[in-house]
Design a protein around this ligand. Sequence first.
Ligand SMILES: Cc1ncc(COP(=O)(O)O)c(C=O)c1O
Length: 439
Amino acid sequence: MIKITKKINDTVARDKKAITTIAREPYPMVVAKGAGDYVWDISNNKFIDFTSFISVYNLGVNGNAEIRRAIKNQVDKLMHPAFLDFYSELPVKLAENIIEMMPSGFGKVFFSNSGTEAIEDAIKISKLFTKKNYIIAFYNSFHGRTLGSLGLTAARTSQREHFGPFPNVVHSPFPDPYRPIAGSQSPDETAIACIEHIEKNILGKEYSSKEVAAIFVEPVQGEGGYIIPPKLFMKELRRVATDNGIILVSDEIQSGYMRTGKFLAMDNFGVTADIYTMAKALGGGLPLGATISKTALGNVPLGAHGGTFGANLASVAAGIASLNYVKRNKRALEKMVKDKNKIIMKRLNKMRDNYEIVGDVRGLGMMIAAEFVKSKKTKEPAIKEKDKILQECFNNGLILLGCGTSSIRLIPPITMSRENIEKGLDIFEDAIKAVSAGA
Ligand SMILES: Cc1ncc(COP(=O)(O)O)c(C=O)c1O
């Protein structure tokens, strides 16, 4: 059982005074150090990590030894290369390494410091390359919190309130197999209904293909609830984009970098986008975003885009070390994701069968979530119960993050041991049992 000390309470109180809070879980996790499968708080409480620190530490908490060594070595040489004005070899090397991981035809990388910046770049270059203005994005999507990317985000009103208007974005329904847009639809029927909305209503009645520059989509919606669309949806979305001269942007910031078992999550759908965005795991723990586009789209004119801190050399060195590890161990990582998906999904499926409040469980690779409901019949979101489960898991040494309205994501580092996965699942199930029993 975790002990909440005065030191923890004091830090939380000081945080509330000094920090402009954006989001926090319902439990007081004050992180101090981490390694591999574990994280310790400032009072030395030890936790199993089922968060990968918001999908960043895919290769283990605090990266691995190779990543940390690369960062230390680079910091002693040069940290900031002024890449907006000067040339530097390491970012070129990382770009080349990323391009090697991409489908053929991808040859351009823009480096930034975060996911939201990677999205801002994708917005700008899709407008620039098409000379068109409007963008289609999806309800429940999360693409970031700066004003351009926030315009695309439509997961919660609390994220958008007071920040609009957001020009030139149209939102469209995303197919959720658990909550189809019409009650009785099959997953493919809901996928087709979503595609028809884009073709008939948006492109047919609001903004013609002459005005729509891009469609932004997450292969698996992340913050919106780990919603996995049917394959048919992505294939049809690709067709609509191609038919209408619209750029398809795959936001892989949360779902990419081996999380679903493939370097690109979009590959699970047999679809190739025109632009990909990556961040989170890409920098091995340091801030690094990348926007990767097809060479054929063109070049960005001088001065049209950039940023002082893009391609920080410590981040880039971490990115190179991390990607080297992924390339060397790709087969092993793919197998780890497959095997762990089976272990986790088997346990979750049983939990869904045994507990009324577990409405749905879903997972692509190790991008896995359980959705909590008041009753399986009504599917009414069980928000308080979800928070209680998070708290109960924390009390017993497991950290997890919520997503969507009443879901909890299970995203341990890909490298987590089978034993710790099972231990974490035991804590998770005990919490569900306790909350179901009204604890
Ligand atoms: C799919 C997706 N896009 C964009 C972002 C924004 O990334 P950042 O928080 O690094 O700005 C996130 C963050 O959670 C994300 O999950």
